[in-house]
Design a protein around this ligand. Structure first.
Ligand SMILES: NC(=O)c1ccc[n+]([C@@H]2O[C@H](COP(=O)([O-])OP(=O)(O)OC[C@H]3O[C@@H](n4cnc5c(N)ncnc54)[C@H](O)[C@@H]3O)[C@@H](O)[C@H]2O)c1
Length: 376
């Protein structure tokens, strides 16, 4: 475990309290990391609260009780023990009481409801870190999830995104991740919370680009999945993924000016894109089955991602493609993002999945755009 050796030791009462909001697959892995880092930290209080959306297990036991008795989230991360200082709390307001750092790691469709229950319950000095992938578009315009949380709770927000397959990180296989944070003073604290021997943290102040990478890569993963499903080969898949990366760069360049190209070379960029497109994850698997079988996406999500759990655990790429498409249409910019547009058209049955290949054939020369970004 790494911690900053030159950071002054804090008095116990000045140590920061961390609360993890979410207890799914990734949420539980993060609670395991934060809990273990907090056990002997100079910066962190030992007790870590984890907000658990209460569920009754098949044997009638309550998930939170099982977590607190057996230190294992048997539903979302079976086979991995949590440190005993991680305490499952089912009341969100109680979980955040006194917390200095709030780690948001739940599916984005539950964010607004959760935030609404937390209004007035948060320390005004608290800092939030969002690990949530996807955009928020419930008000109409496309927005970053971290902006929604900041608006509700009036706190500063950071983000953490990267090539982080939860089960691999749970097994302590080496990975990297990117934290987007504008305030350099928070870096030692954030590293104390998230960095371990097997999870290398890089901090980057290009916060919006970090978050957008995490949202758009799921759309590109759908395009990659279409190529897999149609068995069009690894060259075609690489061409589609490359084009997807360029459209991600163009999207950030168009809507978040001032962002840096270098951010795309961090874990949140090209590395997360690779693991999402090639690592057999939800979005690409569902998209491959869609292209191959001719079934609807809803049928496939139901079949492949587990019936009733659909709403919480469904693939998010096609939903993001829909939101991005609506936003591009409003800005009359669909033509500048042919691959992102083609994924939406294929997912909604307007075009066949192999439309993503036409995008490769018609792709413009992106060199001038990339050159402009490089000099920024
Ligand atoms: N799983 C990964 O490998 C991974 C990696 C990086 C980022 N992420 C992102 O992290 C976020 C959380 O993903 P996850 O894998 O921990 O979740 P998950 O899909 O495993 O679990 C769903 C969670 O939602 C909760 N839930 C269900 N209904 C709810 C409700 N009505 N209100 C509040 N919570 C409810 C469940 O209790 C569970 O904790 C997502 O945005 C995801 O994209 C996931």
């Amino acid at each position: 475990r790494h911690s900053s050796p030159c950071y002054p030791a804090m008095k116990p009462d000045r140590k920061k309290r961390v609360c993890v909001l979410g207890s799914g697959n990734w949420g539980t892995v993060i609670a395991k990391i934060v809990g273990s880092n907090s056990l002997h930290s100079e910066l962190l209080q030992e007790r870590v609260s984890m907000y658990v959306y209460e569920e009754e297990l098949e044997d009638g036991r309550k998930l939170s009780e099982v977590i607190n008795e057996h230190h294992e989230n048997v539903k979302y991360l079976p086979g991995h023990k949590l440190p005993p200082n991680v305490v499952a709390v089912t009341d969100a307001a109680e979980a955040v009481r006194g917390a200095d750092v709030l780690v948001f790691v739940l599916p984005r469709q539950f964010v607004r409801t959760l935030c609404a229950t937390l209004v007035g319950q948060i320390k005004p000095t608290a800092v939030g870190v969002s690990l949530i992938k996807g955009f928020d578009s419930e008000d109409g315009p496309l927005d970053l999830v971290s902006n929604t949380i900041a608006r509700y709770l009036k706190i500063r927000m950071c983000v953490l995104m990267g090539a982080n397959n939860a089960n691999e990180v749970a097994a302590e296989k080496v990975a990297e991740t990117t934290i987007g944070c504008k305030d350099k003073r928070l870096v030692p604290l954030l590293k104390a919370i998230f960095q371990t021997d097997y999870l290398k943290v890089s901090v980057n102040d290009d916060v919006e680009a970090v978050e957008v990478c995490g949202a758009l890569k799921n759309v590109v993963a759908c395009a990659a999945g279409f190529v897999d499903g149609l068995e069009l080969g690894s060259n075609a898949k690489a061409a589609v993924v490359r084009l997807g990366l360029l459209e991600m760069v163009r999207f950030v360049d168009s809507f978040y000016p001032g962002s840096r190209l270098g951010t795309f070379f961090q874990s949140c960029g090209v590395a997360d894109l690779m693991t999402t497109c090639y690592g057999g994850q939800r979005d690409s698997r569902v998209a491959a089955a869609f292209a191959k079988s001719g079934k609807t996406l809803a049928e496939l999500e139901e079949e492949m991602l587990g019936g009733k759990k659909l709403q919480a655990r469904g693939a998010i790429g096609t939903r993001t493609a829909f939101e991005v498409n609506r936003f591009l249409k409003e800005n009359k910019m669909e033509e500048q993002f042919p691959l992102l547009t083609a994924v939406h058209l294929a997912a909604t049955g307007v075009a066949p999945p192999n439309a993503v290949l036409q995008c490769v054939r018609d792709a413009p020369d992106y060199t001038p755009m990339v050159r402009n970004l490089l000099v920024m």
